[in-house]
Design a protein around this ligand. Structure first.
Ligand SMILES: *Cc1c(COP(=O)(O)O)cnc(C)c1O
Length: 217
């Protein structure tokens, strides 16, 4: 089923939209099947989960960290992941900078926007994004590749639209500034129930779990 799900999604997505397989709680076999069907980016939420599967999955895909990264886990995350899609504080960015510099590796990241301004959610408030990005742009071992948002959860994906639109507006505002170390290539928005709306609002990276792997247990 995973294979068919991936193929169907890849056919269905418009050109220029990249599919990230959100693989939390999935086995190495499940992830491998997705990669064989054409997945090029795997997203993981936890370091431990990733360590459990990463060596068993074919070496053809990139690994992105999409969960909340604690500062004290940054070093490990840099060793394993190709991109950290959820940077949400200067403190975390500085730790990534410190560890990347030591490894002489430039770490690509996305900045996570708390587009719903929800207290319990991770991510940076929309009003604080510009300042954070300006600060991070002075760090030379981090490359900001774009923005990511979850947005509040709704049954009806139409309700997510304003949050995706808000994130897109921030993305478009930062892009023409051509800040150093800032590329603004990816706008990561949309999950299984909301990716169509997210794409309409400009997402070019969608993070899909359930629609690839089935319901989580
Ligand atoms: C689980 C997860 C997804 C995918 O969610 P689905 O609804 O299963 O598609 C996307 N992004 C993040 C950050 C996640 O944790």
């Amino acid at each position: 089923m995973i294979k068919e799900n991936v193929r169907r999604l890849l056919r269905e997505l418009p050109e220029g939209v990249t599919l990230l397989a959100a693989a939390k709680e999935r086995s190495a076999d499940e992830i491998s099947e997705a990669v064989r069907a054409g997945i090029t980016i795997i997203g993981e939420n936890y370091l431990q989960d990733t360590l459990r599967v990463i060596n068993e999955v074919e070496d053809k895909a990139e690994w992105h960290f999409i969960g909340h990264l604690q500062t004290n886990k940054a070093k490990k995350a840099i060793d394993i992941f190709d991109m950290i899609d959820s940077v949400d504080s200067l403190r975390l960015a500085k730790e990534i900078e410190r560890c990347s510099k030591r490894r002489n590796k430039i770490m690509p990241v996305l900045i996570e926007v708390n587009s719903g301004e929800e207290d319990q959610k991770t991510g940076v408030a929309p009003n604080d994004i510009m300042q954070l990005i300006r600060e991070i742009s002075s760090l030379s071992y981090i490359r900001i590749m774009g923005l990511m948002t979850m947005g509040p959860r709704f049954g009806d994906p139409e309700e997510s639209r304003p949050y995706f639109r808000k994130t897109r507006e921030i993305f478009e505002r930062i892009k023409p500034l051509h800040l150093p170390n800032v590329e603004m290539k990816y706008l990561s928005m949309g999950m299984t129930n909301s990716y169509m709306v997210a794409i309409e609002e400009g997402a070019n990276l969608v993070r899909i779990g359930t629609k690839i792997f089935g319901e989580r247990h």
